[in-house]
Design a protein around this ligand. Structure first.
Ligand code: GDD
Ligand code: MG
Length: 336
């Protein structure tokens, strides 16, 4: 199998740690970043010369630096630089086109680089390659809440190792999300397995403007100056009736806020996760703390808080209010 890693997004839900120019996939809260973990996982199913990373000029050095740090010799032609971000559908097309021109018709795994995924899932993904000759295969996660930031997948009749999908809905409103949960729908993990021929067929049918733009020229700057901004979820998965789903039972987390990061992190005996700084904690428990400055950080009688210290911004909030970081970011955007 060939792999495309999508690494050009610019999430701000972990502000002030992640920024437009430094998104969460490259953050290193532990020894490795989510991007590096994604590369390691892809190496379970693809050789290094079969992995294509789609990103942009601003993030190029994170990609190359972090792969080099892992000790792999990544082929220069497998680094695909988009002139500007146009969301995931153009990024997947770019990767598919390069894979087909290097290897011919292929089965391709598309991997987001912004979540935590148990390595055992890669076995499940590589075992369903045959399903990808007939269907665009999505991978479903059992939902734990009516989260409105995910795609919802309604499984229908079984088909081999998976199920046909009767409905795929990207980012529904809260009421609809709750309804999907009541109907035993799954979250879309952001991972896809697709045959390149089937992908381009479905693209031509459901997002003809994207298809025609890629067909019209090989000049990537020209393509990106004209191509619509659309995600693979809206552009293909919601519209195609050739979608299947396979459940991923192992751990998956989108790490969408600091509370989710806290849940995933190793804690000390007081339940504190403290990254990057010398510290003295006095009667303080269950906090998530990050500071890369040379400051000593000390908390006294502080529980269940997030403290994020960066050179130009400091965030302090209760862990349970982590979702409100987006309010800070939107205020910041309105100021600029
Ligand atoms: N190269 C490139 N260019 N990569 C991109 C771009 C782009 O313009 N936009 C996003 N990406 C990358 C992100 O870095 C991430 O790794 C992946 O593509 C998914 O994009 P997100 O922007 O994070 O999507 P999302 O989280 O809103 O939604 C997707 O993921 C959810 C699961 O986390 C959808 O697939 C949902 O259906 C899904 O539930
Ligand atoms: Mg995401």
């Amino acid at each position: 199998m060939k792999s495309i890693i999508l690494a050009g997004g610019s999430g701000t839900r972990l502000w002030p740690l992640s920024r437009e120019q430094y998104p969460k996939q490259f953050l290193k809260l532990k020894d490795s970043s989510l991007f590096q973990d994604t590369v390691e996982r892809c190496l379970e199913v693809s050789g290094i010369n079969e992995i294509f990373v789609v990103t942009n000029e601003a993030q190029k050095f994170f990609v190359l630096g972090q792969i080099e740090e892992m000790g792999y010799d990544f082929p220069a032609e497998n680094l695909l630089l988009e002139p500007e971000g146009k969301n995931t559908l153009p990024a997947v097309c770019y990767g598919m086109k390069e894979i087909v021109s290097k290897f011919g018709k292929s089965t391709v795994g598309v991997f987001s680089s912004d979540h935590v995924l148990d390595r055992k899932s890669m076995e499940i993904i590589s075992n369903v390659e045959n399903l990808a000759s007939e269907f665009l295969v999505t991978f479903g996660i059992t939902p734990t809440s009516p989260h409105t930031g995910y795609g919802y997948i309604k499984p229908a009749e079984s088909h081999g190792t998976g199920c046909r999908v009767s409905e795929f809905r990207e980012k529904p409103d809260l009421e609809k999300a709750q309804q999907y949960i009541n109907e035993d729908c799954l979250w879309n993990s952001g991972i896809f397995l697709m045959d390149s021929d089937l992908f381009f067929e479905e693209l031509a049918e459901h997002s003809p403007a994207v298809h025609e733009t890629f067909e019209s020229t090989n000049d990537i700057n020209e393509i990106y100056s004209r191509i619509p901004d659309v995600s693979i979820d809206y552009g293909i998965m919601e519209k195609s009736n050739r979608v299947a789903v396979v459940r991923l039972e192992h751990k998956w987390s989108d790490l969408g806020n600091f509370d989710a990061i806290y849940d995933e992190s190793e804690k000390d005996e007081n339940g504190n996760c403290i990254y990057g700084c010398d510290n003295i904690m006095v009667d303080s428990r269950n906090n998530l703390i990050h500071s890369k400055s040379n400051k000593l950080v000390s908390l006294i009688d502080v529980n269940d808080m997030v403290v994020m210290d960066t050179p130009d911004a400091l965030l302090v909030c209760p862990r349970e209010s982590s979702q409100k970081v987006k309010d800070v970011v939107s205020t910041l955007k309105s100021r600029s």
